[in-house]
Design a protein around this ligand. Structure first.
Ligand code: PEP
Length: 245
């Protein structure tokens, strides 16, 4: 059976005190989390504290990074600023709120791929785009920024329909399957089998402990990118409990 990854995007929900409190609770029940494939994405300012407090070996990632590696970029964070496992790029909140277009996201993806950090590229259509039957062309354009070959690098594509994020409105399993199949076929036309073996597909959008079991049955899902339910320890614990070793 495949090992499902749980990627916990804490967004800006937890400050340093609440991030440490979360980690203290996790340490106290660490048996539940050991040997599971979990990546925590604290806010940048809390990564150091989370790493220092964790008593088990979980992966830590950044929610975003700058295109540049160093220099006069006030308020920004470079991919090399702290040792991490993964970095999210192209999250819909970055695309919509911070107006990051495909060129910016392509730049960030390139920056992550030229470091040792594994990228998670988020893609997905808005409700308007879905209603206008533009979903596939949006996916095509978001995928068009992928490099020609991965040169042995790992890549995760997180399919997150924007209308499902934070809304409680989870697409049907059929819809998710249809979209992941579409994405997989596009990837097949771009990459060799070796590269394809290094690509994982995640689903994200209102995942919680109540819908997880049902969603896991979607064959093409390798993992979940989870926002609000991952930032509440009890809810996160209920999610992780359901993941088989
Ligand atoms: C997300 O922002 O990536 C996400 C999936 O959020 P939520 O789980 O809160 O819908």
């Amino acid at each position: 059976m495949k090992k499902i990854t749980i990627a916990a995007n804490w967004k800006m929900y937890l400050d340093e005190v609440s991030s440490i409190d979360f980690i203290d609770k996790l340490n106290a029940e660490k048996e539940l989390f050991i040997n599971k494939d979990i990546i925590l994405f604290p806010s940048h300012a809390c990564i150091r504290s989370v790493k220092d407090h964790l008593n088990i070996d979980l992966k830590i990632g950044m929610q975003d990074c700058d295109i540049h590696n160093k220099g006069a970029y006030t308020g920004s964070t470079s991919i090399g600023s702290i040792d991490i496992h993964s970095c999210i790029v192209g999250h819909s909140e970055r695309r919509i709120i911070y107006k990051e277009n495909n060129d910016v996201i392509a730049g960030k993806l390139g920056t992550v791929l030229s470091s040792k950090v594994d990228p998670i590229l988020c893609i997905g259509e808005t409700l308007q785009e879905k209603n206008d039957n533009l979903t596939e062309s949006i996916i095509d354009s978001q995928i068009s920024i992928l490099p020609k070959d991965l040169n042995g690098r790992k890549l995760t594509i997180a399919y997150e329909p924007v209308w499902a994020i934070g809304s409680g409105d989870v697409p049907s399993n059929e819809y998710i399957h249809q979209m992941l199949s579409y994405i997989k076929n596009r990837l097949k036309s771009l990459y060799s089998d070796t590269d394809l073996n290094n690509i994982k597909l995640f689903y994200g959008g209102s995942v919680d402990a109540n819908n997880l079991q049902d969603l896991i049955s979607v064959e093409l899902i390798d993992g979940f990118l989870i926002g609000s339910a991952s930032a509440n320890f009890e809810k996160f614990k209920d999610i992780v409990k359901q993941i088989k070793l």
